[in-house]
Design a protein around this ligand. Sequence first.
Ligand code: ISE
Length: 342
Amino acid sequence: MSDKDLRVGIVGIGLMGADHAERVALRTANARLVAVSDPDAARARQVADRYDVNVVADAFALIADDEVDAVVIASPGSVHELQVLACIQAGKPTLCEKPLTMDSASSLRLVRAEREHGRPLVQLGFMRRFDLEYVQLKQILASGRLGRLLLVHNTHRNRTVPDSFRSEMIVRDSLVHEVDVARFLFGEEIEEITVLSPSPSSLAPDGVIDPQVSVFRMAGGGLVTNEVFVNCQVGYEVRCETVCERGAVIAGRPRGEVYVTGAEAPDGTVDGGTALPDFRARFATAYDLELQAWSDASRRGEVAGPTMWDGYAAAAVSEAGMKSLVNGAPVPVHLADATTLA
Ligand code: ISE
């Protein structure tokens, strides 16, 4: 496969799938978009026509298609398990958007299936690992010049999300990025998670606990605090401050001297200051680098970046987090023993 383009099919053409379609079609070197699939036929057709590629009605037919070398899965997490399994069985390199699956048991089944297949095939869509600021932050930590990493403070705000985005999804679909960031920066597993619920914003949909504050206890004793606020009304802000023994490093620092967001303008609109509109804008380069790394590694028959295990560990932390969300009590995270898996 190495001397020709990687022929990519995308399953799920929602917000992220359409964004990845453009990326693969226009900006990923040595990769070519060849097919898309979505239960919403009109949506799939619109994207397919834009890039002159095929629509395959059934996701499993796209995965099995001989014209498709590799698959991007950007469908809802609830259908990931069977789709990822089909990719593994077809031996096709896969980029799976987060969350890997809806719970740790199904994620573990996929870890096992990939191991039984004999070689890694699946990269997880934790794109922050490709963001240039996070990469630099990680390099500074790794250089050791600031001493040991003690604490991480994460901020994660979305302007709004659809009403269907309930409290548990704030853990499983949004906080899951901080779960991966914490594991990535510390190079350790999360041993315990606590999710606290401050009095919710009156602008959050009825019954949705937003914002949420959570704490991860890392295996080596470090602590991570997280604010996730997905109906903040203003813009998309993702920040990570790491505190070491001899200094701190921040990724996603607000730009500009005075930073005010949320002031109401005379016409009633909310001023987003320098905040960006959404994750596609904030992480555009990271997504480009992620897809390029995935495509390059796929052509070499390898997996780069976050693995199936990272997806499974994140699912296990999310599951514990959703339990903690019920009463704010700390919940331990139990992971399978990686050394005894098939
Ligand atoms: C969305 O699904 C994403 O994955 C974004 O990266 C995240 O910031 C957002 O909160 C989620 O809704």
